[in-house]
Design a protein around this ligand. Structure first.
Ligand code: IMP
Length: 196
C-alpha cells in the first residue's frame, strides 16, 4: 500500500480521509511520522500555505504529502479574514473571539451585503509534482449565532444551499456534502483513485 502523509494533527480529518480512500493508500498523520513542530504557514493566501506545508513534509520527512488550508472570505470586509481566519482576533485560535470580531465589523451592514464564502485549497505533492484542488461554498454571514454544532465560524455562516440553516445547525453529513472542505476532498480523492 502506498504511504501518503496528510499534514494535519486533526484526528477527525484523518479518519474522514481514511474512509474515503479505502485501502488504496495508507494515510499517515503528522504524529505518525514524528513531526511535532509547528510547520510554517506564512504565505499570503491559502494556496500558498497548503503548498508550503506539503513541501515542508516532503523536504524534512521524505513522504509524498497533501495539506489543506481554509479561509472565510467576507465581501464587505474586502475578503477578510481569509488566510487569517484561524487567528483573526489574535494568536489564540479563539473561535468565539473571531466571530465577535466579524460581527462587530459587520455591524450595520444589511443582509444583501453580507455575502461570503469558505474556500479550501488542498496541495498534493507526489514526487516533485504539485497538484492543487479547491472547494468553495457561498453563503451569508448572519447577525448573530445560530446552532451549536461544528466549529470555527459555523454558527454565523448560512450556506446558500442550506435551506436556511447555518453550518452549526446541520448534521456533519449534510455539512460535508456541500462544504468547501468536502468538495476539495472529493476532488483530491477522485484524483488519487484515478492515479495510483
Ligand atoms: P484550517 O485551515 O482548516 O485550519 O482552517 C482555518 C480556520 O478557518 C479555522 O481555524 C476556522 O476558524 C476556519 N474554518 C475552517 N473550516 C471551517 C468550517 O468548516 N467551518 C467554520 N470555520 C472553519
Amino acid at each position: 500500500m502506498k504511504k501518503i502523509v496528510f499534514a494535519t494533527n486533526n484526528a477527525h480529518k484523518l479518519q474522514e480521509l481514511r474512509q474515503m480512500l479505502g485501502d488504496r493508500y495508507e494515510i499517515l498523520g503528522l504524529a505518525d511520522i514524528g513531526c511535532h513542530e509547528d510547520i510554517p504557514e506564512t504565505a499570503d493566501n491559502i494556496e500558498g500555505n497548503a503548498q508550503m506545508k506539503a513541501r515542508y513534509v516532503k523536504e524534512h520527512y521524505g513522504y509524498d504529502c497533501f495539506s489543506d488550508d481554509t479561509g472565510l472570505e467576507i465581501d464587505a470586509l474586502g475578503g477578510e479574514p481569509g488566510v487569517h481566519s484561524a487567528r483573526y482576533a489574535g494568536p489564540g485560535h479563539d473561535s468565539e473571539a473571531n466571530i465577535d470580531k466579524v460581527l462587530k465589523k459587520l455591524d450595520g451592514v444589511g443582509m444583501s451585503e453580507r455575502t461570503a464564502r469558505f474556500r479550501t485549497a488542498i496541495a498534493l505533492l507526489q514526487g516533485d509534482e504539485m497538484h492543487l484542488f479547491e472547494g468553495q461554498v457561498e453563503g451569508l454571514i448572519l447577525t448573530e449565532r445560530h446552532g451549536t454544532g461544528g466549529f470555527g465560524y459555523d454558527s454565523i455562516f448560512q450556506p446558500v444551499e442550506g435551506a436556511g440553516s447555518t453550518f452549526a445547525q446541520m448534521s456533519p453529513q449534510d455539512k460535508n456534502s456541500i462544504s468547501h472542505r468536502g468538495r476539495a476532498v472529493a476532488r483530491l480523492v477522485a484524483y488519487l483513485n484515478g492515479h495510483q
